[in-house]
Design a protein around this ligand. Structure first.
Ligand SMILES: [Zn+2]
Length: 180
C-alpha cells in the first residue's frame, strides 16, 4: 500500500513538472514586445502577446494566442488580430530586443567609437542620438517607430549618453578642454 502511494505521488509530481515546463516554455516564447506589420494598413505596430494566458492554456490544450497590447489600440481594438500569424511563424525575429540587438551588433558608439559587443539591458543600456544630436534612451522612442528610428538615429553607449545629457542640460558647468 505504501509503495502504491509512493508511485502515485511520484507519477503526479512528474506530470505536474512536465505541464509546468510546457507552460513556462510557452510563456518565455511569447513574452515581450514585438514589432509586426499590421495586415490592415501594412505599417509597423508594436504589440504584446498575452503570454501569461497562453501559458495557462498550454496546460489544458493548444494555446489560443491573443494580444494584450497593440499600439493601434483603442482605435483598432476590435480587429481580428491577424498579425498573430507573423508572431507564430517567427516568434524571436519580431521581438523588439532581437531587432534592437541586431542593430547594435558590429556597431560602435558615434562619440567614443567603442564597439558595443554583448548588450546588457539591465545594466547601463546603450542609447541613441537623433539628427539634432540629442541622445535618447529606448524607452523614449514609440516602438511602432522602431524601424524608422533605427534608420535616422545613431548608436551611443551609456557613458556617452550620460555625458551628453549632462552637457546639454548644464552647459554652464561644462568646460571643453582641447585634446592634447
Ligand atoms: Zn561612447
Amino acid at each position: 500500500m505504501k509503495y502504491v502511494l509512493l508511485v502515485l505521488v511520484i507519477g503526479v509530481a512528474v506530470s505536474v513538472t512536465i505541464e509546468l515546463t510546457r507552460s513556462l516554455r510557452t510563456y518565455f516564447k511569447f513574452r515581450g514586445k514585438r514589432i509586426i506589420s499590421c495586415p490592415e494598413n501594412y505599417q509597423p505596430a508594436a504589440v504584446r502577446v498575452a503570454a501569461g494566458n497562453a501559458a495557462v492554456e498550454t496546460t489544458l490544450r493548444a494555446p489560443h494566442l491573443h494580444l494584450s497590447e497593440c499600439s493601434r489600440w483603442p482605435e483598432k481594438e476590435g480587429c481580428g488580430q491577424e498579425c498573430l500569424a507573423q508572431i507564430q511563424e517567427a516568434p524571436r525575429a519580431c521581438l523588439v530586443s532581437t531587432i534592437v540587438n541586431q542593430w547594435y551588433a558590429g556597431q560602435s558608439c558615434v562619440y567614443c567609437h567603442k564597439a558595443f559587443g554583448q548588450i546588457h539591458w539591465h545594466d547601463h543600456p546603450p542609447a541613441l542620438v537623433d539628427p539634432l544630436r540629442k541622445t535618447l534612451q529606448w524607452n523614449e522612442i514609440p516602438l511602432e517607430n522602431l524601424q524608422q528610428t533605427m534608420a535616422t538615429h545613431w548608436p551611443v553607449c551609456w557613458n556617452c549618453h550620460i555625458a551628453e545629457t549632462f552637457r546639454r542640460e548644464h552647459p554652464e558647468l561644462v568646460t571643453n578642454r582641447p585634446a592634447h
